[in-house]
Design a protein around this ligand. Structure first.
Ligand SMILES: [Cu+2]
Length: 156
């Protein structure tokens, strides 16, 4: 009788990793992502005068030579980053963000000629905005603003 027990225990602990074996699961979907390699943003004493810690969005500008895109212009959310994080698009274009990460992101404007805010969306989710006014749009993922902020320059 007893002999079977250890085997079961082992199988169980192996399963726990993936499926939470018998641990009265019914979890409320709070997926604790253990993987995240925690890019240790060691704020190592910025002794250079007045520089703030690296936690605020930077909003890079599109380079003057970057092409002006139109139609549906894709942006990838991947590895807690935005690719590309700067864009030049023509008025009337649709910018489409797609999330390729296993964590949720959002698209939230932070000033400029357009105002929008998506819900948090998970892997495979996407969000679209049609830009109708020329000018600069800054946006970020409010969950990861330090590494996920971008700029769209809308041109006529
Ligand atoms: Cu995010």
């Amino acid at each position: 009788m007893r002999r079977g027990l250890p085997t079961v225990v082992i199988a169980c602990s192996a399963l726990t990793f993936a499926a939470g074996c018998g641990s009265s699961g019914s979890g409320s979907g709070s997926s604790s992502t253990t993987a995240a390699p925690a890019t240790t943003t060691s704020s190592s004493t910025p002794s250079s005068g007045g520089l703030k810690a690296n936690t605020t969005p930077k909003y890079a500008s599109p380079s003057p030579s970057s092409p002006i895109q139109s139609g549906v212009v894709p942006i990838a959310y991947r590895n807690i980053a935005i690719d590309p994080d700067t864009l030049k698009v023509k008025v009337g274009s649709t910018v489409k963000w797609t999330n390729y990460d296993s964590v949720e992101h959002n698209v939230t404007s932070e000033g400029g000629v357009a105002k929008f805010a998506s819900k948090d969306f998970g892997e495979g989710g996407s969000y679209e905005v049609k830009v109708t006014k020329p000018g600069i749009i800054h946006y970020e993922c409010t969950i990861h603003p330090a590494s996920m902020n971008g700029t769209i320059e809308v041109v006529k």
